[in-house]
Design a protein. Structure first.
Length: 372
């Protein structure tokens, strides 16, 4: 889609800039950004020359936020560890309080729209119902009409099953009941893990040099599920990836034994899947093999592979040690998904309304394509 009207955006909890990549592609000029992770800030600056990013605790920069009053869009994903099922789900986690800091920035800057990204759990679990009520009340008090939308990255061309919530608010658009339908034209088939990995070559090759050295070992007491790519047949929380499917959600804890597992023989050379064989063996009553019995063809996802699964540009530069780079990649919103969200919000702001979608038959053959 060609963008002819430029909007301005303020990026919060920007990390390495994955969400910003999508917003910039959608025609939103990022006028300011903030993150507390120094490596992430350096990565952001390396890929966005001339960008203004404040590195440090956002609470210490609130006094400067007023300079962005009147910005078109405020967007970002406050740290989610306090709400995530992958974490301790502690609402008193200091990082959970940053959700309210995000809304405070909205109050100070009065944008035309805001987009607050977070984990799906915050949107659906009864445990967080009071948090949601407070969040909705905050948005209403500031004069925003809002909608909570849950999107899966794999529905929008991202080779990763990653469900996230987006609280989207508009100041001057009062009827947004049809907002979810605006995402339908952007849905497209995602490539598989194999599609993404094959062009890189095997781990250690020229385009795939940043390998993870964490060893793959077998669990002595495997937790079995119906799918070979679920459960816990291996030590650590890194699941094996199905080359013919989508990746599980990539997390900031990658870099060690929480990094997903690739069967190179299956993915690159057409060999039968060792993961599927071992799963069948266990399901038929076989005894778990010894700790070090996993073949060498099983290894961890590399930095370059994780980068592509998150749909970062192929030449995106990352600053920091390997664990820091894995963290930056895992913390990011997939760039292609961010672009879709930005396109939808941008279009609504330009039209000053959320229009009713045309029937599906009228749209057939006219699906929108995202820039690569």
């Amino acid at each position: 889609m060609e963008n002819t009207t430029a909007l301005s955006g303020l990026s919060l909890f920007s990390g390495a800039g994955g969400m910003d990549v999508g917003f910039i592609r959608a025609g939103i000029k990022v006028v300011g950004a903030n993150d507390i992770d120094r490596d992430a800030c350096l990565t952001y600056e390396a890929n966005h020359p001339g960008a203004i990013i404040k590195c440090g605790d956002i609470n210490e920069h609130l006094i400067d936020i007023r300079q962005f009053e009147g910005v078109d869009v405020v967007f970002g994903g406050p740290p989610c560890q306090g709400f995530s099922v992958a974490g301790k789900m502690n609402p008193d986690d200091p990082r959970s309080q940053l959700l309210w800091v995000f809304m405070k920035v909205v109050e100070l800057t009065k944008p035309q729209a805001f987009i607050c990204e977070n984990v799906k759990a915050l949107a659906v679990l009864d445990k967080w119902s009071e948090i949601r009520k407070h969040l909705f009340h905050f948005a209403s008090r500031l004069g925003y009409t809002y909608k909570l939308v849950i999107l899966n990255s794999s529905d929008f061309g991202v080779p990763q099953s990653r469900e996230r919530m987006f609280l989207i608010g508009f100041r001057d658009i009062k009827d947004i009941s049809n907002l979810e339908a605006q995402f339908e034209p952007y849905k497209r088939q995602a490539p598989t893990v194999r599609d993404i990995l094959l062009p890189l070559g095997v781990a250690g090759s020229e385009k795939n040099q940043r390998i993870c050295n964490a060893k793959v070992t077998l669990a002595s007491k495997p937790v079995m599920r119906r799918s070979p790519y679920a459960g816990m047949m291996f030590n650590g929380q890194g699941r094996p990836l199905n080359p013919d499917g989508y990746s599980c959600a990539l997390h900031a804890s990658m870099g060690g034994n929480k990094t997903p597992i690739i069967d190179e023989g299956h993915c690159y050379f057409g060999q039968d899947s060792w993961v599927e064989w071992y799963h069948l063996y266990l399901m038929q009553g076989g005894e778990p093999l010894s700790l070090n019995a996993a073949p060498k063809r099983l290894r961890r996802l590399t930095v370059d592979e994780a980068l592509r699964i998150q749909t970062f540009p192929h030449d995106y530069q990352f600053i920091g040690g390997q664990s820091s780079i894995y963290r930056q990649i895992g913390n990011a919103v997939p760039c292609d998904l961010a672009q879709v969200v930005a396109e939808v919000v941008r279009n609504c702001l330009i039209r000053r309304e959320v229009v009713t979608s045309r029937p599906l038959l009228e749209r057939e053959g006219k699906q929108l394509r995202l820039a690569i």
